[in-house]
Design a protein around this ligand. Structure first.
Ligand SMILES: [Zn+2]
Length: 244
């Protein structure tokens, strides 16, 4: 993750893989070993001392604070989540059984980086950020990078996209760091994890969710975080027809 949150080159190298490995909650308990389970590479004692509390935050979010962590992710809108629901996204934090943390001097504005979609958990954190970042920010960044390890990315909505804050690593980071998810961009509806502009374009696009139906159901429409419409049926429009 960068301050500007661009995918780093190291992340892009691994972008070809696509298997998601999310931990099931039952087996995750035995796998959960974040506390003392981190392995530091190239980290000074002082750097380890700054990272340890962040690991503890992650451990709590995956165990004693799991319900509130889940609650945050449940209220989050997601894009590019590969069909994985909020609960499995939350549980995937538990599969971080042993975290390899590299302390490195990363490129300017890059806070952390990680390979995407690997079996284990491996990430790098920038030395400058380790010394300056708060525990909450470090925890958020580590969680962000773990989500890259688990296969989530921002390729469809890269940094600079208004929907980038709704990608899984960003939402996990927000929930770990602040306990509150990022909101959709203004005048945007997130339906089935896809962003739509509010208004006519949104309504027509929505119909394709239910092909062959004679109506469109607006499941939820958020505009700057305010629910604009909910469970609204627009009759006499056939999804997939000429209107679409
Ligand atoms: Zn990222």
């Amino acid at each position: 993750m960068q301050i500007s949150n661009l995918l780093s080159p190291a992340v892009l190298v691994f972008m070809g893989l696509s298997v998601i490995s999310c931990g099931k909650s039952e087996e995750a308990k035995s796998n959960l070993n974040l506390e003392g389970g981190q392995r530091y590479i190239g980290c000074s004692i002082a750097e380890q001392a700054r990272i340890n509390p962040a690991i503890l935050t992650l451990l709590q979010s995956a165990s004693t604070e799991f319900d509130s962590y889940v609650s945050c992710l449940k209220s989050a809108e997601f894009v590019e989540n590969k069909g994985v629901n909020y609960l499995d996204i939350a549980s995937s934090l538990k599969s971080a059984d042993l975290v390899d943390i590299h302390c490195r001097d990363l490129e300017p504005n890059i806070l952390g980086e990680a390979p995407v979609d690997i079996r284990g958990t491996r990430l790098s954190i920038d030395r400058g950020f380790i010394s300056s970042g708060t525990t909450a920010r470090l925890a958020g960044t580590i969680g962000h990078e773990i989500m890259h390890n688990r296969g989530f990315r921002h390729s469809e909505y890269p940094f600079g996209s208004p929907h980038y804050p709704l990608t899984v690593p960003e939402q996990v980071e927000a929930c770990l760091q602040t306990g509150t998810p990022n909101l959709p961009a203004p005048n945007t509806c997130i339906i089935n994890n896809k962003p739509y502009k509010t208004g006519e374009q949104f309504r027509k696009s929505l119909g394709c969710i239910a092909p062959g139906k004679e109506s469109i159901t607006i499941i939820k429409c958020l505009s700057g975080g305010v629910e604009e419409a909910s469970m609204t049926v627009i009759p006499n429009i056939v999804c997939g027809g000429p209107d679409f």
